[in-house]
Design a protein around this ligand. Sequence first.
Ligand SMILES: Cc1cc2nc3c(=O)[nH]c(=O)nc-3n(C[C@H](O)[C@H](O)[C@H](O)COP(=O)(O)O)c2cc1C
Length: 202
Amino acid sequence: MEFQQVVDRRRMVRNYDPDRPVPPDVLDRLMTNALHAPSAGFSQGWGFLVLTEIADRDRFWSVTAGERAADPWREGMRRAPAVIVCFSHKDAYLDRYAEPDKGVTDRDDSWWTAPYWDIDTGMAALLVLLTAVDEGLGACFFGVPIGTIDAVREAFGVPAGFHPIGVVTVGYPAQDRKSPSLKRGRRAADQVVHHGRWGASR
Ligand SMILES: Cc1cc2nc3c(=O)[nH]c(=O)nc-3n(C[C@H](O)[C@H](O)[C@H](O)COP(=O)(O)O)c2cc1C
């Protein structure tokens, strides 16, 4: 698929065909591409938990549901044959930037202008989303409910230093309802792109 088509077609898919698993080679390509994401200092402080077995996926959905009742969003998402939990690993950045070529030895995080560890894992997640489109799949990025993060780590043996910045469901798309958020419309370039000086257009 042409790159521009991939970008134009990408949208969050929230319902999937439960009877069509993601082929293993396609899953491998999703993750190989994720690992081509840029990362600050080439730290690569990330980790991805790929869940395809039904028992593992069910565990993920029940752990993250907390007290919530079933709802149409969750029902559609639960049909995804693959769930990829994306973790950032802040310590990898503090370690990497303490190396001689960076020289930040105090492990103080106050000088970081933005949480690069989360940014980089987000970039990797975007590559999963785009690769999914290229493969004719649908995907959706969403967050782990804050109160369930420790339970997710516990359920899957994830070390404490890994923080789940989000999850990508992947599968063959089924009919889904458009997100109500889309009614907001896409912001126009002249509202958010500034040329030469903030507020100036080209
Ligand atoms: C950081 C982030 C968090 C998101 N969280 C959710 C979520 O919890 N549930 C959901 O259905 N979609 C979630 N989305 C998807 C957005 O709602 C979606 O990207 C936006 O409405 C634009 O729609 P589109 O991606 O289909 O173009 C999230 C997207 C991002 C980037």
